[in-house]
Structure formats: C-alpha cells, structure tokens
Write a protein of this length. Sequence first.
Length: 401
Amino acid sequence: MENRTIKEIENLIIDQLEASFNFQIPLLSKAFNRVLAKVLAGVWQINYKTGNWIFLQLFVSTASFKSFTIYGKTVTPLIEWGQLVGVGVPDAGSQARLEITITNNSPGETLPSGTQFISSINNIVYITDQAYLLAGATQNIEVIATVVGSIGNLSIGDPISMVNPLGIIDRDAVVLSIVLAGEDQETEESYRLRVGDRFKQRPQGGALVDYRIWASDVAGVLQSYWYTGDIPTHVIGFVSGDAAIYSGRIPTTSLLEAVGEAVTYSVVDGVNVGNRKPLGAIVDPAGDKSYSNIKPITVKAFDVDIIDLVVDNITSVKTSISQSLELYFDGREPYIEGLSFPPTNNTVQQSAIIGIIQTIVQANNGTFLTAVLSTGAVTVQNYVLEQGELSALDQLTYNGA
C-alpha cells in the first residue's frame, strides 16, 4: 500500500467533513475544520506508516533485521521468523586460532597466558590463552586473534612477532597451521536466504530435504546433496565445505563424520536425545560411526580460453572477468528432484560464459572474438554436473591478447 502524504490525508478528511455536514468548508487557512484536518492528517500519516511497516514484517523477504523494543521486549522481526521455523539466530563470527612455531631461549621457563603477538600482514594482535612450559629448541603453541572475523586469518608460513619481547623466546615466529579459521558474522542477506529456504524446505519426516536441513546444523557445511543409494534403504550424501575453511570446498573426514552424526541423532546441549533419520534409513553401513555413505563432493575443473581480447585497461578487465567467472562456476550445483528449486543451475554452458565476458568487455569499450570452454583438454559446449559434483574455474588464459 502506497504511503499517503499529509496533504493527501488532509484533503481526504476535508472531503469527509464536507460530505458529513453537507456544506463546503471555507478556504480560509485558519478555518477551524481546516486546522483540525491538518492536525489529524499528521496523526493519521503515522498510522499509515505503522500499518505499512507491520505489513512488511509478515514476509521473510521484507521483514526487518533491526531490533525494536516494544513494551520492554526487544525483538528483531527477521530473527523471530528464523527461530519460529527452526533456523535459529544468525551465525556468530569466530576468532581465528593459529598454531605457531616459536624458538625457545630459556627452556624450563613459562610463557605466560596473554602473551601478545602481532602480524605485519593484517596488523591484528593474537594472544595465548594458556601458559606454556618452554621445552626444546623450538615449540608449537596456539594463539587466538583478538578480533572476530576472517580479517584475523593468516596463511601457513606467514610471519608473526611478539608485541613486547620477553627474551625467553625469539621475537619472530611463523604460522605452522590453521587450527580454526576466523569467520565473519553472518550477514543479513545470508540469514534471510537461509530463513527463506527453510520455509520452502519444510521437514517432511525423512525426505531428502530433511537431511539437508540436518546437515546445515553442522558448522562449516556450505551445502549438502542427498540421493537414494543403489540399495533402497541407503541414503547417500555429498557435502561441500565452507570455502573459507576448506580448500576447494572439499570437507575433511571429521566434518563428514559430524554430518553423519547430525543426520542420525538429534542433539540438545551436546547430548544425543533421539533419532532423526527414519529407523530403516542407513547412512553408516559399517555401524562404526564412520558414516561411509557421507562423502565429499568432487570438483570438476574447467578451463576458459578467451581469444583476441582487445581492451584499454587490460589488467582491470582481466581481474573483473576472472572474478565473474569464478562466481559463475561456484554457483553451479547438481539438480535433485524434490530438493532443488528452479531455476536449475546444474549446467556449465559456454554460451553463458561468453555472455559474462561480453558484458564486461563491452562495458570497457573492448572487443574479443570468442571464448572456448574445456575440461581435461576436451572442448565442451554444455556440461551437466553429475551426482555430488561441483564445478570450478581452473585455468583462465588469453589467446592473442
């Protein structure tokens, strides 16, 4: 409903007064009824806006992500919808936890909890959250970022230094491994999408959609794809991991086992309180909690060769093309009847790739001849992703550029 202006409401009130009293209200600006109409119009515009706002809260796509306090109760409409359908609250961010290698100068001494390190790469401070007894020439310890989010992530081999050197260890250290990758707090767009998906994918007593819902409870799961196995009672699941944590979206064995646990048992406060999957469904054929029916996704790598690209700002255009193509390939996934929603995104198409490149090149007043899509040295026009298969851009080359 379109919001009315104060003047429009004022005219409506005057029209109603004239109709009710059967006479025309004087045009004088100080006429009582006109003054009254102006005052009431301001009040009624608030009612219009309030009514319109309440109407928007009835739908997930328009519900507000801001918090409001009404009669002492603070609510966030979109989060209320999320909790009502079982999505819960938005995912909180996490701090990066790194394992670093230090060089000991005083074996037998204790490195205190709260020792600070700083990275010259992101200027983030990291601290130890426990004391370490120094032993040997070198030692591995863990530090945690003092800020939440992916900004605290470092790569293996990155340098890190003490803020206040103590003398008992060398000032400089190096990152040995990533214990826990830092994650940003879930965005409004991501959370709204999850809530909307849950409305579309309601629990159905053991249907494929239920397994996707249960798997999404596991932190680090990007998406899961579920099929009926060759044996009718077997359920096969393919899991893709969050790309910020798992290289190439390929999950670890521990994540697969966690998904197997999540689709098998309902957990409350860390305790299994009952079964989730139907009694006859099998995801752990061996019965040893290895969950061999829960598998990692496979990645189909594609090459794109752009022929005769001519453009002024070649570096910028190449970067834009690369980023856009990566988004395109990352957005392809298998189509599963009864689980996926249209439009289908299970086909990698050369024509779509040419269209993406053409849009970017034309926007930069450039030209190119064509683009060739291939996989494993075989040129393809269209490739339909198979069971549990995702796509990725491998090589982007330029012929004649």
